[in-house]
Design a protein around this ligand. Sequence first.
Ligand code: ASP
Ligand code: MG
Length: 296
Amino acid sequence: MKVLKFGGTSVGSIESLLLVKEIVEACEEQVIVVVSAMSGVTNELLAIVDEALKHRHADYTSRLHKLLKRHQSTIEAVVPREAQFQCSNAVESFVNDNLQPLAEMLDVNTQLDGSMVEIIRNAVVCHGEVLSSAIVSCMIAGAEPHFAPNFIKTCITGDAMVLDWKNTEELVKKEFVGSTVPVHVVQGFIASDFATGMKTTLGRGGSDYTAAIIAAVLGARQLEIWTDVDGFYDSDPRTNDQAKLIPEMTYEQAQKLCDAGAKVIYPPTIAPVAVRHIPVLVKNTFNASAPGTLIN
Ligand code: ASP
Ligand code: MG
């Protein structure tokens, strides 16, 4: 079994989603597909929260409408005809019945305290991955959709919100062990507080971490991070045209590069897979035949 994580640009357009479909359907073993929100959507949801807090009803409503249209036009292009109606209705209901009322709550209730605003902000921001995963699970025939906050759990330790490993491990096993379904689809990034059930996140860029957690708990054969670059480079390829791709590195080397600001992988991702010796392959969705970077 492999865990494949697709980032925001990989699920961000019709063309890229069709590549994702090809990559997943070519797998000859069971796969768990972890997805980010479509590119730009998490930032857009945060902007919607800010506009609602400033009582700009027309502005956040129009942004929500554009968000819905973007997802619906994507569905028309990538989801098989027989599944389009159901998928489109689900997406419409997430936007109109969940997101719009949450934004209105922020707009209308001027007395909300900081912690209440934070709870609503998290509930809003979780929808990026909810929407993208709805599309990906409808796009791939026979894929089984899952809801990450049911099994990715956080807890408060001191002042910080951290992953609740013990409960997450138990719940991830319950969710997946014994299943023979060939393709599972899970939202990256989003979680819930074990004690209260409130929606939480694993931090910006946290979808990689979700994939690593699932791969580690289930002892996956490999974790694949599908992104929009060929892998790790020895310097920034955007500013240095002499930058060389690194074909293979150790977990320690990868951790150092991530900590130093290489944007390829979210830093907390490495530890759980390193401990269990699960190889991580970084691959480019837009150049799938390139070998990528193997971390082991
Ligand atoms: N959608 C989230 C973000 O933009 C998580 C992720 O993409 O990994 O930070
Ligand atoms: Mg990322």
